[in-house]
Design a binder for this molecule. Sequence first.
Ligand SMILES: Cc1cc2nc3c(=O)[nH]c(=O)nc-3n(C[C@H](O)[C@H](O)[C@H](O)COP(=O)(O)OP(=O)(O)OC[C@H]3O[C@@H](n4cnc5c(N)ncnc54)[C@H](O)[C@@H]3O)c2cc1C
Ligand code: FES
Length: 273
Amino acid sequence: MVPRVARVHRRRTETPDVITLDLEPEKGDGGDSVPFEPGQFNMLTAFGVGEIPISHSGDPMNPDRPVHTIRAVGAVSSALVRLRPGDAVGVRGPFGAGWPIGAAEGRDVVLVAGGLGLAPLRPALHRLLAEPQRYGRILLLYGTRSPEDILFRRELESLRQRLEIDIEVTVDHAVSEWRGHVGVVTRLIARSEFDPLNSIAFVCGPEVMMRFAVGKLRDAGVSDESIHISMERNMKCAVGLCGHCQFGPSFVCRDGPVFPLERVRELLAVQEI
Ligand SMILES: Cc1cc2nc3c(=O)[nH]c(=O)nc-3n(C[C@H](O)[C@H](O)[C@H](O)COP(=O)(O)OP(=O)(O)OC[C@H]3O[C@@H](n4cnc5c(N)ncnc54)[C@H](O)[C@@H]3O)c2cc1C
Ligand code: FES
């Protein structure tokens, strides 16, 4: 329960309200690399302000420098977004159940991301693209509000050159220079080529977007067992003790944040329990 201390090694501005921090654990403070699975999260402390859950957004093959992508929405996230290289941050984790990458072997993999939802999917993308021959088609369908909200833009542009992955990006509101899709990300599902009977889908984004994505994936023929979604609930302990993140019979911190759809189907419509 006691956070390790890490220093901000690098800070990148992704969009007007989202930054990415590369952290370096302090030597002698459990500073060895702590492995994590794609989809897991850390509890990050902004000292003197508070602690919040933030997903890993870096490469799981390089856990020495944990990477986190953060949007400023309230007191703690804004304090983390204000950190500069050299500043201290508390780190507890990793916690939770991540994306079932093993179950994706031999199947098409459809990643559906809305907005900041791309951050928790990025480690899965790294893992899949490290050994693409183990999977069928790999598709990333990504939607943001506007072109300036696209996360990891340069990385996506360079990944698009690779033959092992199809990347489609759509925006809700276009500007005149935008040449890509316009409209909600869920529309891309029907247009995409994958084998619904031999595919697995990982979905992350606002709950309303995930509900529609689930509907479109089902319409396309993907079974509920093959759809996995990442849920967010307010958290305190992150280890299944306080009940703060209760989601029906499950605790999001311990049993999630990634759940198979069949486990949370009935609860997906419930805002907060
Ligand atoms: C497993 C998990 C992984 C997450 N990963 C990331 C991530 O990678 N990057 C990131 O920026 N954020 C992530 N979040 C959300 C992040 O934890 C919240 O934005 C943060 O707790 C807000 O705290 P605050 O003190 O800044 O704002 P608060 O003052 O607590 O809240 C500000 C506003 O945000 C809303 N809010 C607070 N917590 C959440 C939440 N968990 N989900 C949705 N709305 C919330 C509040 O209702 C309020 O409207 C994750 C949350 C969970 C549960
Ligand atoms: S945050 Fe305490 S039980 Fe999940």
